[in-house]
Design a protein around this ligand. Sequence first.
Ligand SMILES: [Zn+2]
Ligand SMILES: [Zn+2]
Length: 306
Amino acid sequence: TCSACCNALRVMMERKLAELSLLRVVVEREDESGAYVLKHSLATPDGIDAACAQFPLGEWLKKCHPLKRDKRCPMHTNSRHIFNQADLWEDMWAELSSAQKSTICTVTAEELHDKLWQHCTDKHHLCKDCRNNVMWAYDRLTRKEQTPVGTEAEQEAELSSLQAYFDLDACRDGAICVHSSALPTILYHYEDTLAEEAESSTKGRHAPTRQAGLSEMLCVVGRLLLRKVLTSYQTSLEEEQNQQLLVRLVLSYFQTQSLERRAQQCAESLLEEDLGANGKTSKRKLKKERQKKRQEALGGEEQHVA
Ligand SMILES: [Zn+2]
Ligand SMILES: [Zn+2]
C-alpha cells in the first residue's frame, strides 16, 4: 500500500474500536494487550472464509495500489484535487451526515473576518464606503455594539436577510452558524457571482448599500463553505477507504491463521496414517484399541452379571 495509507492505518489502529464502525462488524472487542478478538460467530473455518469472501483483500488492494511515480494510491495522489469539474458539491453535500453538515456550517468569526478583509482589500480593492458596508454586515452578524443605521423598515429587512442565512441565536463564542438548509442558496449565490465576475472582469466591484455589503459577505461565506464541503467529503472518502482496508487486513490475518491450523492438522493426520501403515501403531490407534478392549471387558461383565 502507499505510505499515506500505511500512516492512516497506524493512526486508525490506535483509535478505540468503538470509533471503527466497519471493523466492529467482525471484531468483538480488544483484549488487555489491545489485540482484536474476532466475533465468535466467525471463529470457524467456514465463518472466516465467508467473511473474507464478503471483504476480499486482493480486490481492494488494487484500489489502493501505489502508482508509479510518487508511490501513492489514487486517493492520496489526488488528495485535495480529487474533484474535477464533473464532481458536484450538491452530490457531496447530499452524502454527508447531519453531524458533518453542522460542523461545516460552523465558521469561526476570526477566519471569516480575515477572509472578508482579504476580499475587500487585496482581492477586490473595494473603496472605503463599500468596505464599510461589507464590514457592517460582519459586525451585525457578530452582534458588536452598533448604533442603528437606516430607517426602521431598512433595519427590519436587513435583520430578516441575515436571519435567512444565519442562526443568530447560535452565533456566539466566536462561532458563526449558518443554517445548513441555507448552504445551497449561499453556494449558488457564490457561484453566480463568480460567473458574473468572469463576464464583466473590467468593472470594479462595489457594495454601495448595506444589503450589497451583506451580499458580498455571503460570497465570502460561500467560498469558505464550499472549501469545507470538499475537504469534509475528501476526509470521509479517506476514512471509508482506510476502514475498508483495515477490516480486510484483519480478516485476512485470521484466515491465514485458520488455514495454517488446518494445514497442520492435515499434516498430523497424514503422519499418523503413515506411521500406522509402517506397522507402528499411532497413539490414536492405541487409544482406540484400548477403548475397544475396555468395552469388551465391560460387555463381558454385564453378561456375567446377567
Ligand atoms: Zn493511499
Ligand atoms: Zn465602492
